[in-house]
Ligand binder design. Structure first.
Ligand code: NDP
Length: 399
């Protein structure tokens, strides 16, 4: 009998809860708690006949979180709120002795900087308490990191070059919208780029390095080197890597809007005074932009996310390898009422939670997903809507 407490009621939560409800052999009871309870109720109402309860919570408030966890008594807390809530929820899990899973690493609200150090610092305390924290279990980070673990376990003796390639070739029909929380998304893509090469991090100007990359069933798309959080843990966990980079596609329209937003100060995270009241420009911008959760209805096209790896195979011979998933926005919408980016994040969050509840990914301490056995996770991906394709000894398009 497993019970989960899901925090947050946005696009990713909608998909994860949908999939948990379908997987009721593992998820016997689900409680969704978020800042706005009506959003939790809407998710539950779309899944009639399932064992789902809802609650209101401000997850930044540790004592309130502790009280909620003690009332609900879950086996696992699944954090699908925002990266700002990671530490308070981890604190509450520590105090109550309940394990934790999330999809994005901690970021302080007043500084656009994401890194694992804050969450890795819980390692000894989680170990002593005998509970597990599973970090970054969405698609990227998440499936991309499991793809790397799978490649190392089954195909390579050493990996040397890793390029994670993330394409959203979908069209939602809006002039400008972000595919997940606008505040987090804009903070992420306007940062300087960064990649790992020959034992050090190389920093670039935002979007300085770009090239066309050909995505399966999509074709060539201009792709931009950005910094992405899984690079930090992958470089640490796979020290044979000589270079590790992350590429994401952006359309010209998107980049033009982004440039204007930055130039006029709307991406700012410092509070300003407006009519006697403090407001944060990027939070105001979020309020006027389309809600990512509502983009699904008219979203057409595909996402394609994967890992391109070069290294030595099990016999020590040079090998190239490409593993990816393509996901249709339309199919995701038909199934869950949300677009493909929420879908590709919510499904792995459910699978990661299942891995923990089945005792397959359960060990005391704080772990990134590549530190667990990739096999049982990979075996579930296709079943729950994210099949993957592996290509061996192909042209990776990178020198
Ligand atoms: P949304 O903005 O749609 O949803 C976030 C939810 O969290 C909202 O329901 C929001 O409440 C709730 N929330 C915010 N603050 C608090 C708080 N203090 N207490 C309780 N609830 C709170 O985001 P998404 O669903 O798009 O994304 C969810 C997470 O997934 C994010 O952390 C995002 O970074 C991550 N993500 C990870 C990806 C991956 O591949 N690894 C890809 C995409 C996203 P309210 O409704 O009141 O605003």
């Amino acid at each position: 009998m497993s019970k989960v407490l899901v925090i947050g009621a946005g696009g990713v939560s909608t998909v994860a809860v949908h999939k948990m409800a379908e997987n009721s052999d593992v998820f016997k009871e689900i409680v969704i708690a978020s800042r706005t309870k009506s959003k939790c109720d809407a998710i539950a109402a779309a899944l009639p006949g399932k064992n789902i309860k809802t609650a209101q919570i401000d997850a930044d408030n540790v004592p309130e979180m502790v009280k909620l966890i003690r009332e609900v008594k879950p086996d696992l807390v699944v954090n699908l709120a925002l990266p700002y809530q990671d530490l308070p929820i981890m604190d509450a899990c520590l105090e109550t002795g309940v394990s934790y899973l999330d999809t994005a690493n901690y970021e302080p609200i007043d500084e656009a900087k994401f890194e694992y150090s804050w969450q890795w610092a819980y390692q000894d305390r989680y170990k002593e308490k005998g509970i597990t924290a599973i970090l970054g279990c969405g698609f990227d980070p998440g499936v991309t990191s499991v793809f790397v673990a799978h490649a190392v376990k089954h195909h390579f003796s050493e990996i040397h070059y890793l390029d994670i390639v993330d394409c959203n070739a979908g069209d939602h029909g809006k002039a400008f919208a972000t595919n997940f929380n606008p505040e987090i998304n804009i903070r992420e893509v306007t940062q300087p780029g960064k990649y790992w090469e020959n034992g050090q991090w190389i920093e670039t100007k935002p979007h300085e390095i770009h090239q066309p990359i050909t995505y399966p069933n999509i074709g060539p798309k201009e792709s931009y080197l950005i910094y992405h959080e899984e690079l930090e843990s992958l470089v640490k966990n796979y020290p044979t890597l000589k270079r590790a980079r992350f590429w994401m596609t952006f359309g010209q329209e998107y980049l033009t809007h982004l440039r204007v937003i930055q130039n006029i100060g709307m991406a700012g995270i410092e509070p300003i005074m407006y009519e006697g009241k403090e407001i944060v420009p990027i939070q105001f911008l979020k309020a006027v932009l389309p809600n990512p959760g509502d983009l699904g209805e008219n979203y057409k096209g595909w996402t394609s996310i994967g890992c391109r790896i070069k290294g030595l195979d099990k016999q020590g011979k040079e090998k190239t390898y490409y593993i990816y998933n393509n996901c249709s926005h339309e199919v995701a919408y038909k199934e869950t009422g949300t677009q493909g980016v929420s879908y590709t994040t919510g499904v792995p969050a459910m699978i990661g939670a299942m891995m923990y509840l089945k005792g397959l990914w359960k060990k005391p301490g704080v772990f990134n997903v590549e530190e667990f056995d990739p096999d049982p996770f990979m075996a579930e991906l296709g079943k729950w809507g994210l099949p993957y394709v592996e290509l061996h000894d192909v042209d990776l398009e990178f020198s």
